[in-house]
Design a protein. Structure first.
Length: 442
């Protein structure tokens, strides 16, 4: 994000993690179950946003293979009005992960451009943080536009929550869903719990330069998306793309930006095993985009961020969580509506500790997302009362032919809990854990 003397850290206080609802759960706590089998140890399995989706369950035929596996993901308790509208765009949606964050990324970009009176990202970047905090509250583009046209400053509280960006251009506080797989190997949304992590008090107080005169018109704003249609995060693509298209539609129905409809472009991000993202970014830049929403993968964003921001185009990700972007040298052109992993790690570690786990094994893929979330989770577990010796972290190659060695190390560790931080390869790991009797399957 920005470089210089502005504050980069996000304070996560002990009071910042607040339970909002308790709609389900019911997994057994760590330790010995003492069941009919003679006291066989129950190992609790946890996932994160990279694998806590219904797509994971499609790789398991046996009922109950994932039953009880819990995990965290940045997620707001989305209302039926919003999800129903998404289903009108894509009736095949199974999950809504990062849909709210994607919708908000588009709206924030549009509001910043209108405040600046130009589609030039090098100008409207200065207004992005300000439209998320410090002004007059509004919850959709139309009402925020009315505030702008009346000479005011909007404080957009979006679908994904209060937003309230820090100086680094990322949420100071965020909502996380605690999800759990049921006996049918799917996640039932009605059973989700929700918690907050972070502190809105850490939001930026800089509302940006004086805005352009109300009603300023100019060249059309062009927003593109770089989202996963293929690759190991392809399950995130449908809700993100549906939300992108819904936001563009809502903005244009409200009158557009700078007196003209917003033009949309888009393309596949693939994953880090291909150069799909590079090719898509080149095409989007040639198409004249002013901002790009994406990528979903932190690893993918790391491969294209210099190209995007170097071209004077704003990048705003709905799903990047790696901490590396908080201080990245991006000329102030990178933002994200997804919270950094320092916040998800707090939600995840609190869940693990609250369920009575005293020893924890962490299996994390070797990329900025995996290593960063693993490190922050371990740190928070220690701060929560475990010793460093109670935690073992194993970093694995997601392209490996198998994960037998990593699974065997978990068998030898015999922990109370195992955390799997990965993408689609997570199914192979969990199948291996099940085969050894230490997975979610009982």
């Amino acid at each position: 994000m920005r470089t210089g003397t502005t504050a980069r850290s996000i304070a996560v206080t002990g009071a910042a993690l607040l339970a909002l609802t308790a709609c389900g759960g019911g997994g057994e706590e760590g330790g010995d179950t003492g069941g009919e089998g003679g006291g066989e140890k129950q190992v609790n399995i946890y996932g994160t946003d990279g694998n806590m989706g219904n797509a994971l369950g499609e790789d398991f035929d046996e009922e109950g293979a994932l039953a009880g596996m819990k995990g965290t993901t940045p997620l707001t308790e989305l209302g039926s009005e919003f999800t129903d509208r998404l289903l009108e765009i894509d009736p095949e949606l199974q999950d809504y992960n990062y849909a709210g964050e994607t919708y908000d990324a588009v709206v924030i970009t549009a509001l910043a451009a209108q405040m600046a009176g130009t589609n030039d990202a090098n100008v409207f970047k200065a207004y992005v943080n300000g439209v998320t905090s410090g002004g007059e509250k509004c919850e959709d583009f139309a009402s925020c536009l009315e505030i702008i046209n009346s000479g005011g400053n909007p404080d957009y509280d979006g679908v994904s929550g209060p937003l309230a960006f820090t100086d680094a251009g990322e949420p100071a506080e965020a909502s996380f869903g605690i999800l759990q797989f049921a006996e049918d190997n799917t996640i039932h949304a009605e059973d989700n719990e929700y918690v907050f992590a972070g502190d809105e008090a850490n939001a930026s107080t800089d509302e940006g330069p004086p805005p352009a005169p109300p009603g300023t018109t100019g060249e059309p704003l062009v927003i593109g998306y770089l989202l996963p249609e293929t690759g190991n995060l392809a399950f995130l693509g449908p809700p993100e793309i549906a939300a992108f298209n819904l936001a563009i539609s809502d903005i244009n129905e409200a009158g557009g930006v700078l007196g003209a409809p917003v033009r949309a472009e888009g393309g596949d991000s693939g994953d880090t095993s291909t150069d799909t993202a590079t090719q898509t970014v080149d095409r989007l830049l040639q198409a004249g985009v002013n901002a790009i929403v994406g990528a979903a993968s932190s690893g993918v964003s790391q491969t294209v961020i210099d190209t995007i921001t170097g071209a004077g185009v704003m990048q705003i990700s709905p799903a990047n969580t790696s901490d590396i972007f908080t201080t990245y040298n991006d000329n102030g052109l990178y933002f994200r509506t997804a919270p950094p992993d320092v916040l998800q790690a707090r939600a995840l570690s609190d869940l693990i500790l609250e369920e009575g786990n005293n020893t924890v094994g962490i299996l994390a893929l070797n990329d900025p997302y995996g290593t960063g979330l693993a490190e922050n989770t371990a740190k928070n577990l220690v701060e929560g009362g475990l010793s460093e010796g109670d935690i073992k972290t194993i970093i694995y190659d997601p392209q490996a032919a198998n994960f037998d060695s990593e699974v065997q190390q978990m068998v030898e560790l015999n922990p109370d809990a195992i955390v799997v931080i990965g993408f689609e390869e997570s199914s192979k790991i969990i199948q291996g854990l099940n085969a050894q009797g230490i997975g979610p399957q009982r």
